[in-house]
Structure formats: structure tokens, C-alpha cells
Design a protein around this ligand. Structure first.
Ligand code: IPM
Ligand code: MG
Length: 355
């Protein structure tokens, strides 16, 4: 089982190191190979997604990814910015289905900024379409400056685009995921304003007819953003496009206590997957040893489940994470009174010990 390990920038290296420690402990024939991605790859090779990194990822069964980005690259031309690396991996590998489960662990009910009764027992699955929408629309977005100088450009645009097959395949993913859960799908769009959303809704209804055992409802994205903090437990599977999914999954992460708890899986139709925490590179806390490695460790568990067919090992890791939370160990983002604050490495060590 070949895993490409791409830690990236900022806290990426710190959190991925902890997940690798956990994976190494399992008695599995895992072959892990690391490569540079993001800002550090730009520094070393002049490109955030070097050919060699992309090749390694494409030739692997799964990619374990940290995070990319730093403010110091904000002035680079867009194609050279660190974020293009993750977008390039998603596009080149065809990773169209992004699973972002937001589960509120019982032990973390007090770490959320929401009232405990709103989130206790929360278990929702956000399914975000990942290779279409305004992220990849053609013509490509650009700034328009009459004199060719971008600072001071007069106009800018991005193209929001979805095709029927793109919506169909993510619809199937959502309905099939719902069949294994509570058999409910909420499709989120903005069809009162956007044509892409009208197509989205029409196709969801159409594909939904093939899944008569699953109840489908629709919600406008602004309302969904509100309902997520008003009554989050009303959701089960929430399926939405790339841009809305980006925003709503960050929002949902706070229902779990911290974005440091939210893992993710991005899958293609061949079963290959990229696994990463839903959070970013957090340059403000990088190098301080305080980042929460649990989202990455839980992403590694998703990797074992979805790409490597190792359900038992996935469950072992998830149980170990539960156990360290039960022991009261907390990184600073999930700390609350009466618990024990630990560093990134100490949290990783505790998971290893629990395993
Ligand atoms: C995410 C991130 C990325 C996205 C960025 C880093 C390009 O925010 O995975 O949610 O917008 O998809
Ligand atoms: Mg995001």
C-alpha cells in the first residue's frame, strides 16, 4: 500500500509527522514516500506542485496531505501560489468527492462556542463537490487592467460553471452515503439567483428518483448557514458545490469544538484518495508546537477506510483518539477548564500510547 506523504507548509509538517507516527505503529505493509508541496516546493523547485510530486501522488494508492500556504506568498502570480498545489492535485487526480464529517465528540461538547444541547451527539456528513464550480470555471477568472498593471485593476471576474455529469456523479455519492446513514440528503444551493444552482437542483431531483429510499430536501445556502448554527442536528448528509462546501464546512467544524478536529477525504472514481485536515497551514501558530494533530490523525483513519480497505485499523485509530479525549488531553484549541493542555507532539504520543 503506497502512500504519498505531502506535509506542505506551516503547521502541515508538525501535524503530518504525528499522523505518520500513528500509521507506522500499525502492523500493515505501508510504504510511505514524502515530497514537497505548496510554498516550500515553490522555494525549492519554483513551482508549488512540482512534476515529481504530482507523479508520486498519482502513482500512490493514497495521499496524506498537511496544508499549504503562507501570507508571504500573497504577492505571487496566482498560478504560483501554494494553494494552486492542492487545487492541482484535486483536478489532476479527479478527486471530485470531498467528505467532511463533522462529529461532536462527547468529551468536546464544552469546547464549542455553541450551547452543549445544540451539538451533543452531532454527526453530520458534508459532501462537497471538489473539481468544478467557481474554483475551476472557464474562462479562467482574471483581473482586467487597461495598462496591464494589476494593482489598481478596474475589473475582475471568475466563472461559476457546473456540468450535468459533474453534478450527477456527486449526487450518486451523496445518495449512496445517505443509504448507509439515516437516508436523508439536504442539497444546498442558491437557485433563487444562480443558473448553476438551478441546474444543480434539477439534477439532484432527477438522480434522487433513482434512490426512492432516500429523502431529499433542498436548502438555500444562506439559510443553510443559519440553520447550521441554529439547529445543526437537523442535518444528516449535506451535499453542495465547491464554493458553498468550502464555507459551510469551516462553519460546521466549529460545531465539533474546533476546526482542528475535522478530517477530510477527497476521492476519485478509482478509489484513490487524498486525505487532509479541513483546516489550513495556520502560519500564525506554525513552529510553536501547539497545533492540534487530531484532524490529520483522523484523516489517516479515513485513508485506511476508504483507499486501503483497512476498516479495522481505521476504527482502532478512531477509538484511540476517543481515548485520549477521554483522558482529558487537549491541545490549546480544544482546551477547557479541568482538562490537561498538551502540545502537538504530546497529543500524537498519547494517541500512539492509546493504540
Ligand atoms: C479547503 C481550503 C482550500 C479550498 C484552499 C486552501 C484552496 O480552504 O480545503 O477547504 O478552498 O478548497
Ligand atoms: Mg476551506
Amino acid at each position: 500500500m503506497k502512500i504519498a506523504v505531502l506535509p506542505g507548509d506551516g503547521i502541515g509538517t508538525e501535524i503530518v509527522a504525528e499522523a505518520v507516527k500513528v500509521l507506522k505503529l500499525l502492523d500493515l505493509p505501508l510504504e510511505m514516500e514524502s515530497a514537497l508541496v505548496g510554498g516550500c516546493a515553490y522555494e525549492a523547485h519554483g513551482h508549488p506542485l512540482p512534476e515529481s510530486t504530482l507523479k508520486l501522488a498519482m502513482a500512490s494508492d493514497a495521499v496524506l496531505f498537511g496544508a499549504v500556504g503562507d501570507w508571504k506568498y500573497d504577492k505571487l502570480d496566482r498560478p504560483l501560489r501554494p494553494e494552486q498545489a492542492i487545487l492541482g492535485l484535486r483536478k489532476n487526480m479527479g478527486l471530485f468527492a470531498n467528505f467532511r464529517p463533522a462529529i461532536c465528540y462527547e468529551q468536546l461538547v464544552d469546547a464549542s462556542s455553541l450551547k452543549p444541547e445544540l451539538i451533543a451527539g452531532l454527526d453530520i456528513l458534508i459532501i462537497r463537490e471538489l473539481t468544478g464550480d467557481i474554483y475551476f470555471g472557464q474562462p479562467r477568472g482574471r483581473r482586467i487592467a487597461t495598462d496591464g498593471h494589476f494593482p489598481g485593476a478596474e475589473e475582475a471576474f471568475d466563472t461559476m460553471r457546473y456540468s450535468r455529469p459533474e453534478i450527477e456523479r456527486i449526487a450518486h455519492v451523496a445518495f449512496q452515503a445517505a443509504q448507509k446513514r439515516s437516508k436523508r440528503v439536504t442539497s444546498v444551493d442558491k437557485n433563487n439567483v444562480l443558473e448553476t444552482s438551478q441546474l444543480w437542483k434539477d439534477v439532484m431531483v432527477e438522480i434522487g428518483q433513482q434512490y426512492p429510499d432516500v429523502a431529499l430536501d433542498h436548502m438555500l445556502v444562506d439559510n443553510a448557514a443559519m440553520q447550521l448554527v441554529k439547529a445543526p442536528k437537523k442535518f444528516d448528509v449535506l451535499v453542495t458545490g465547491n464554493m458553498f462546501g468550502d464555507i459551510l464546512s469551516d462553519e460546521a467544524s466549529m460545531l465539533t469544538g474546533s476546526i482542528g478536529m475535522l478530517p477530510s477525504a477527497s476521492l476519485n472514481s478509482k478509489g484513490q484518495g487524498l486525505y487532509e485536515p479541513s483546516h489550513g497551514s495556520a502560519p500564525d501558530i506554525a513552529g510553536k508546537g501547539i497545533a492540534n494533530p487530531l484532524a490529520t490523525i483522523l484523516s489517516a483513519a479515513m485513508m485506511l477506510r476508504f483507499s486501503l480497505n483497512q476498516e479495522a485499523a481505521a476504527q482502532r485509530i478512531e477509538a484511540a483518539v476517543q481515548k485520549v479525549l477521554q483522558q482529558g488531553l487537549r491541545t490549546s484549541d480544544i482546551y477547557s477548564e479541568g482538562t490537561t493542555q498538551v502540545s502537538t507532539v504530546q497529543m500524537g504520543d498519547a494517541v500512539v500510547k492509546a493504540l
